[in-house]
Design a protein around this ligand. Structure first.
Ligand SMILES: Nc1ncnc2c1ncn2[C@@H]1O[C@H](COP(=O)(O)OP(=O)(O)O)[C@@H](O)[C@H]1O
Ligand SMILES: [Mg+2]
Length: 388
């Protein structure tokens, strides 16, 4: 079974370099490897010193690279649908129009179509390993929650999948005056819906897909990595590696860097204390940019010797449903969330957990749909919800 490893982190922390170093190592070890960039600011071409385009090209034996053009992918899968959506927008009521506008043009929606492309590549079954160099964190997050969000909208709006009957109710309830899309568009929407569900299943399949965080030892970046880790867990993705980049090497000794080293050591301790559950890899700050295969091999040799590197490095479950006597318990692993941070709602079919701006819907199994929540507490990074 092939694997997908997705690298994410703030802009400039070294995602592309570290992803590319993994790709080089994997290919040299004999894995048929594809490295894909979905970041619009592509730079695989610079790193490999070769022009990389929309179809995979060979870098060397076993290694192919590809830069996805998200806009192109979006037009291919979504052009017609977006038009249909746009036609639905009521022309006389500005408020309704705004709601629909939001549905059609989510920020970052292009990235979603990059992921669909990655799923297609996975399905072709050519590669043992697909390494994804993702856009900076914010975008990745909205991207990863997007399939869930988007399916939710589609389910509520259109007669697709299992909810065929309920469709028009939410619409008629708010008395939208809208034009339903024609059959062709509905058909496309249904197809997209199915693909998004498949995409979600693929990305959340813990045996196939790992997400790895890249960070550096700076306060803001660390805080972001922690948040990112929490949200990824909230959405039930398997984060199984942390890469700490740009660590000032031991041998450096001058007053300017000594100050920085003290800071870095403090942050390093903090990071290692909070990310105890997942393997961490340290990458030193090199005296030059990491460029070309030679540069990448240096990183591999110094920091990525781990023989298990491409395996699933951690596999704990984020969500557990269990029956205790005549009660049911839902446990959700949410690292770094404060007690005051989260809100909990029930919506009939779903439990909705809200942390900051992020909202996660966890569908409730049929058996406990009619039971109400008797308690919810956050302890040891686990949210435990009891149903009567
Ligand atoms: N450990 C490091 N030492 C020296 N230069 C680095 C290191 N990590 C990254 N770089 C350089 O920093 C720049 C940004 O790295 P890149 O991998 O493109 O970051 P991202 O993809 O996260 O934006 C590149 O020029 C890269 O060569
Ligand atoms: Mg990059």
């Amino acid at each position: 079974m092939s694997r997908i490893i997705i690298f994410t982190g703030k802009g400039g922390v070294g995602k592309t370099s570290i992803a590319a170093a993994h790709a080089v190592k994997a290919a040299k070890e004999g894995f048929k490897t594809l490295i894909v960039s979905t970041d619009m600011a592509h730079n695989l071409s610079d790193i490999f010193e070769k022009e990389i385009k929309e179809e995979p090209i060979e870098i060397f034996n076993n290694l192919h690279a590809l830069e996805i053009d998200p806009n192109h992918e979006m037009e291919r899968h979504y052009g017609e649908i977006a038009k249909a959506f746009k036609n639905m927008i009521p022309k006389n009521n500005e408020e309704d129009a705004e709601i629909f506008e939001d549905i059609v043009v989510f920020p970052g929606i292009e990235e979603l179509f990059s992921l669909i492309k990655i799923k297609d590549l996975y399905d072709e079954n050519i590669y043992d390993l697909i390494i994804v160099d993702c856009a900076p964190t914010g975008e990745t997050l909205s991207l990863l929650k997007f399939p869930e969000l988007f399916s939710w909208y589609i389910e509520k709006l259109f007669p697709v999948g299992k909810v065929a009957m309920k469709v028009l109710r939410p619409i008629s309830k708010v008395a939208f005056k809208i034009e339903m899309p024609n059959d062709k568009a509905l058909n496309d929407i249904e197809k997209l819906y199915v693909r998004l569900n498949e995409l979600q299943n693929l990305l959340k399949n813990r045996e196939i897909c790992s997400i790895r965080l890249v960070t550096i030892l700076e306060k803001m970046v660390i805080e972001e990595s922690k948040r990112n880790y929490m949200y990824l867990n909230l959405y039930n993705f398997n984060v199984d590696g942390l890469y700490i980049n740009r660590i000032i090497p031991e041998g450096i000794d001058n007053s300017f860097f000594n100050e920085w080293k003290v800071n870095q050591n403090r942050y390093l301790e903090e990071l290692e204390a909070v990310f105890v559950n997942i393997p961490t890899y340290k990458i030193k700050w090199y005296e030059v940019d990491i460029n070309g295969i030679g540069g990448l091999e240096r990183v591999v040799c110094d920091s990525l010797k781990d023989k298990e590197l491409f395996k699933v490095l951690k596999n704990t479950q984020n969500e557990i449903f269990e029956k205790i006597d005549d009660r049911y318990r839902l446990e959700v692993y949410i690292p770094f969330a404060n007690k005051t941070d989260f809100d909990l709602f029930e919506s009939g079919t779903d439990i909705i957990i809200k942390i900051g701006n992020f909202k996660r819907n966890i569908p409730i199994p049929n058996t406990i749909r009619n039971r109400s929540i008797v308690s919810a507490k956050l302890e040891n990074e686990k949210l435990s919800i009891i149903f009567e």
